[in-house]
Design a binder for this molecule. Structure first.
Ligand code: BGC
Length: 374
């Protein structure tokens, strides 16, 4: 009888554990109010994985707000730029952690033609158009959905872009699903569809500092980029069309080098870019396309993508005027970006991989930011 009770008791316990882990699963994403913009509700989503590591997202600009990961001694810090509140996002730097579209990076003089029709975009980075225009996807409230029955915490954001908004043809539907795995991988799965031919280039514009944001610059971080060539730019940061081998240049990160090791060299492209602000032509042969490692904390970020390019941007335009989450001030070169993408100005460069999106086939793409220590 007693045995029976014990058995029943342990069955009950197991059932309760089962129930509570289901319960935990649901609570892997919590939602709180983050204000409203344009008459739409904006929320802050907290995703917690089974290591207790936290990523925060918002549906304003489909942005990554925080990534909290341990250093090699287990001390956690937020390693990405963001703001404490919606006002910061609306009035501050437009791109921190945002999904950028409909065309990430620059289009020369804001002009391109598609099937014989000329399109003109706003010149928000004179004389060029940058990151989908002044009111591109980064400045929109996306429709949120906390995904249920997933293995890991996951949130989907959708933006319905009306035809010709910011000058881009097509009623376009863009979706990004963020998944935060137990291995500290932030997966971004993109799907974009259109009802008529258009151009697409989508990225996430997160800035990282692996010391923890607000703690010095990123010149002492070591970068590895598996790219044998990059796309040199003119004085307005538009690719010239050349694919230049990195061999023998300060752009060669095929073996790890400090970001700051060669950044001050008198090399034409470093002078034009004010540092690194260039698209790399990824070799796309190994799983990890790029990695940045901080020897002092042991933290690394690996970037894995199916896109043909990645923009290494070393925060050359940061100037200490932005105060972000937790009162951290973002100084010159205190953050780096690895923006996975198609090559800048592709609509005007026939030799670059095509960025044309048709109604026949959706644009599907994935990028992973994998965090770890060693
Ligand atoms: C561009 C930089 C720009 C930065 C912030 C990067 O993608 O290449 O030139 O300053 O975004 O807008």
């Amino acid at each position: 009888m007693r045995k029976q009770n014990l058995f029943t008791g342990s069955m009950l316990l197991l059932i309760m554990i089962g129930m509570s882990s289901c319960g935990n699963k649901k609570e892997m994403v919590t939602t709180e109010n983050f204000g409203s913009f344009d008459g739409k509700e904006v929320s802050l989503y907290t995703l917690t994985n089974n290591q207790g590591n936290v990523v925060k997202l918002t549906n304003y600009g489909a942005a990554i707000v925080e990534v909290n990961v341990p250093d090699r001694d287990g001390n956690k810090a937020n390693v990405t730029f963001g703001y404490d509140n919606l006002e910061g996002y609306v009035n501050g730097d437009p791109y921190f952690g945002k999904v950028v579209g409909q065309f990430a990076n620059r289009i020369a003089r804001g002009k391109f033609s598609l099937e014989g029709v000329d399109y003109t975009l706003a010149l928000n980075n004179f004389p060029n158009a940058l990151h989908g225009g002044p009111t591109g996807w980064h400045s929109r409230v996306w429709t949120p959905e906390v995904l249920q029955n997933t293995d890991y915490p996951a949130v989907k954001f959708t933006y319905d872009k009306p035809d010709m908004e910011e000058g881009f043809p097509g009623n376009v539907v863009a979706e990004v699903v963020y998944t935060w795995t137990d291995e500290n991988e932030l997966i971004m799965d993109y799907k974009v569809t259109t009802d008529r031919n258009t151009v697409i280039n989508i990225t996430n514009h997160a800035y990282f500092n692996l010391h923890g944001t607000g703690n010095g610059d990123i010149l002492d971080h070591e970068a590895l980029i598996r790219a044998s060539a990059f796309t040199p730019v003119d004085s307005t940061l538009i690719p010239t069309g050349e694919l230049r081998s990195v061999e023998g240049t300060p752009f060669d990160f095929r073996t790890p080098h400090l970001i700051g090791g060669r950044i001050g060299e008198e090399y034409d492209q470093l002078i034009l870019g004010g540092g690194y602000d260039h698209n790399y032509v990824l070799d796309n042969v190994e799983e990890v396309d790029a990695e940045v490692y901080d020897p002092s904390t042991g933290r690394f970020l690996q970037v894995i993508t199916d896109q043909p390019g990645v923009q290494l941007y070393t925060g050359n335009f940061l100037d200490g005027t932005q105060t972000g989450r937790g009162g951290k001030v973002y100084q010159y070169r205190s953050g780096f970006c690895l923006e996975t993408q198609h090559f800048p100005d592709s609509p005007n460069q026939a030799a670059f991989p095509s960025v044309i999106l048709t109604p026949v086939e959706p644009f599907l793409s994935s990028t992973v930011f994998r965090f770890g220590v060693r």
